[in-house]
Design a protein around this ligand. Structure first.
Ligand SMILES: [Ca+2]
Ligand SMILES: [Ca+2]
Length: 235
């Protein structure tokens, strides 16, 4: 078991020390999504859910008969989520692929989940839900020939062990100017999903021990933090 972080300093050399000056650093750690189990609510051919977690430019693909096209990943532990970024099909290299306008009417959720990731695409407790992202393909000008490379959401510290990504069907094709077929209307197709831990948005630091060595004047603070990233300054 990892020991809690701590710091020692000499009280005699400092006029004032405030606990408020203990701050979390600014850098965000990536959440290792590849430690989780990915799944999608339906699948075309070999275009598997894991394609959204690998290092290759490729894509996942739901079926156009899917009433609730969804991709999700169940992680082995709970995280405090910050920025989540989701890339359009074959677009993790920064360039759009076929059918970019399908990447519209997207919702990103953080979920606390204890069900079967391969069969349950609606269960669990939703701790964060984004606004509807790229509604009517506004980013792509509402036409079928353009769309976003990626979409992001800030879960602002929401805790969960699952990211769930949902496409709301657009059966009247209002987001592509009427162009396209049933794949255009409904398919969810992702190249890559990434996430970072929340910075400063999660649980506050908790001081677990304050020890003073009277002989040396050294005081030692020990604390724990979900993020296990530590920093301290004195004034
Ligand atoms: Ca519509
Ligand atoms: Ca990929």
């Amino acid at each position: 078991m990892k020991s809690n972080p701590s710091v020692s300093f000499n009280l005699l050399s400092r006029a004032l020390i405030t606990l408020a000056s203990i701050t979390a650093p600014a850098a965000a750690d990536p959440i290792p999504l590849d430690t989780g189990i990915p799944a999608q609510s339906s699948q075309l051919g070999g275009l598997a859910a894991g394609n959204a977690l690998d290092d290759s430019v490729n894509f996942t693909h739901t079926l156009n008969s899917d009433a609730n096209p969804t991709w999700q990943v169940l992680l082995p532990e709970t995280y405090s989520f910050g920025i989540v970024e989701v890339f359009n099909r074959a677009s993790s290299n920064g360039t759009l692929d076929c059918c970019p306008s399908r990447f519209r009417d997207i919702t990103i959720e953080i979920v606390q989940f204890d069900g079967d990731v391969t069969t349950d695409f609606t269960g669990g407790v939703v701790t964060y839900s984004s606004a509807l992202l790229n509604p009517e393909n506004v980013i792509g000008g509402g036409v079928a020939t353009s769309g976003p490379v990626s979409l992001t959401a800030n879960a602002d510290g929401a805790a969960g062990n699952m990211i769930r990504i949902i496409r709301t069907r657009d059966d009247d094709l209002s987001g592509s100017g009427g162009a396209g077929n049933q794949d255009e209307a409904s398919v969810l197709s992702l190249d890559l999903v990434t996430a970072e831990e929340s910075v400063g948005g999660g649980s506050p630091l908790k001081i677990t021990e304050i020890a003073l060595d009277e002989a040396t004047g050294m005081i030692t603070l020990t604390w724990n933090s979900k993020q296990n990233r530590t920093g301290i300054s004195c004034q």
